[in-house]
Design a protein around this ligand. Structure first.
Ligand SMILES: Cc1cc2nc3c(=O)[nH]c(=O)nc-3n(C[C@H](O)[C@H](O)[C@H](O)COP(=O)(O)O)c2cc1C
Ligand code: SF4
Ligand code: SF4
Length: 314
């Protein structure tokens, strides 16, 4: 059982934490995420510091964590709102203050427009279900799992058992669900658990440990993307190519040469965007790793190489 709460002022944080501890919870989720500050509160300095304020001001969140660590001896999971820029660094601050894990994300005021009426849809603090925000949340789950290795409760857009598996594979230790449980009722938790069980049987997984973080080895953090990931180029397997000419249509770099009944990818011009391999109906195009990144930059500049003679010197 995890107790989830917010406090207004440190005394209230401590008081509620003590009440939860007395009630016997196994962990506490600290609401650093609520995007809804009731009118009037923000005028009152002491009470203004609630919810999303602590995601936006991690040093203040760290103060709350340190105080609660002195107050109770129960694992603490700050719950973040998606209102920051670099969550790995933010969570590092919370971890150093004593957080035992982290929970991400809550909803924020995301915006959609009804194009028939021109009016915003669901533009409020809870803003309905958040399936379309799952990918953005999972990206940070994976980066925090890789960068800090502490337990993560992942959630936003959990509707089906597949969502649970995805969050686990992205590195979450547990998964949260809110809107779908409200819409379908608490019985929906059982539906998801059954789905997870059936999936595990079908795939031969013996434990959640085998699933958790499974995708991480193949997910590159933003920094790794810059430093470690090799550039790609397309290569056409002439034995497989049926000459449908779909790939030259999608190549914005004119890197596909049309041959009689076949095509050929021109390595020197290929940007590695992979679009051709995605549209090929017979999987005749393989994306291969380049030996060096310089060739990639040369390919990007190919059209205007006279402007960058330095780049093309051997
Ligand atoms: C009606 C509603 C009420 C919510 N109330 C809270 C709340 O009191 N505390 C909290 O931390 N998050 C609250 N949330 C956010 C959810 O816990 C959850 O983080 C968010 O909805 C994303 O998950 P979901 O896609 O499973 O709904 C609320 C969400 C909804 C839709
Ligand atoms: S990977 Fe992109 S740039 Fe290269 S050939 Fe295919 S479509 Fe063209
Ligand atoms: S899309 Fe595939 S089959 Fe069609 S021309 Fe390109 S490589 Fe050949």
């Amino acid at each position: 059982m995890i107790g989830s709460f917010a406090g207004r002022g440190i005394a209230e944080w401590q008081k509620v934490a003590e009440m939860y501890a007395a009630a016997g919870v196994d962990a506490m989720e600290l609401n650093f995420c609520c995007p809804f500050i009731p009118e009037g509160l923000e005028k009152d300095e002491a009470n203004a510091f609630i919810g999303i304020y602590f995601t936006q001001h991690p040093d203040k969140g760290a103060e709350v964590i340190r105080k609660l660590k002195e107050t109770v001896n129960i694992p603490l999971f700050p719950k973040l709102g998606p209102d920051g820029t670099h969550f790995v660094e933010m969570v590092r601050v919370f971890k150093e203050a004593g957080a035992d894990g982290v929970s991400l994300f809550a909803n924020d005021r995301h915006l959609r427009i009804d194009i028939e009426t021109g009016k915003p849809v669901n533009y409020g603090p809870c803003a309905g279900t958040s399936s379309h925000l799952k990918g953005a949340t999972m990206k940070w789950v994976s980066e925090i799992a890789q960068g800090l290795g502490l337990p993560i409760l992942g959630g936003r857009g959990v509707n089906h058992y597949e969502d649970v598996i995805e969050y686990l594979m992205a590195g979450a230790s547990g998964v949260e669900m809110c809107a779908a449980a409200i819409v379908h009722g608490l019985k929906h938790v059982k539906v998801l658990l059954k789905g997870v069980e059936t999936f595990m049987e079908r795939k031969g997984y013996k434990s959640i440990d085998e699933i958790q973080g499974r995708a991480l080895k193949q997910i590159y953090s933003s920094r790794q993307m810059m430093e470690d990931v090799k550039s790609l180029y397309a290569e056409v397997d002439l034995k497989k190519c049926i000459g449908c000419r779909r790939c030259p249509e999608v190549c914005a770099y004119e890197a596909i040469e049309i041959l009689p009944k076949k095509v050929r990818a021109i390595k020197e011009k290929c940007s590695g965007c992979s679009l051709c391999s995605q549209v090929c109906p017979v999987a005749a195009i393989e994306m291969k790793e380049r030996e060096n990144d310089l060739d990639h930059f040369r390919a990007l500049a190919w059209e205007h190489k006279e402007l960058m003679p330095e780049l093309f010197k051997k």
